[in-house]
Write a new protein. Structure first.
Length: 134
């Protein structure tokens, strides 16, 4: 079997041309770097703007809504839920999902009744926490 050798084609360029091409490549790299830095700056600015808008929206929501602690308990064959700050507002359900749905309806019904009776909606005062037992 005859071995064929590939001829390697060597390209040569004059040194000034090589240097010009290197300068052009460095210039392009600098431009891409500048564009990337600008894009990162714009992304940071957009993120801060988004965070500011979210915080403003949350402040507005908190002016008009109240948050109450709901206590969920598992019984033998069902679940129950109540709100310490809304005495008498309770719900039960066969499943966790059902009791969550039912307590939301109970809260709406309870608050509607308080408003219809001209009573003031109690301010939330309960809070949650965990106590570690060793």
């Amino acid at each position: 079997m005859e071995k064929t050798e590939k001829k390697v084609k060597i390209m040569s360029k004059p040194l000034p041309q090589i240097l010009d091409e290197m300068d052009e490549n460095v210039r392009k790299a600098d431009e891409y770097c500048r564009r990337a830095e600008e894009a990162a700056r714009q992304a940071r600015e957009a993120a801060y703007t988004s965070i500011d808008a979210s915080q403003k929206a949350l402040r507005e929501i908190s002016k008009t809504t109240k948050g109450y602690v709901v206590v969920f308990e598992k019984a033998n064959d069902n679940y129950s839920a109540y709100l310490p700050d809304l005495p008498g507002c309770i719900a039960t359900g066969k499943t966790r999902q059902e009791v969550e749905k039912n307590i939301k309806e109970a809260i709406s019904f309870h608050i509607k009744g308080l408003k219809e009776d001209g009573l003031v909606l109690p301010e939330p005062s309960s809070f949650t926490g965990y106590v570690e037992i060793k």
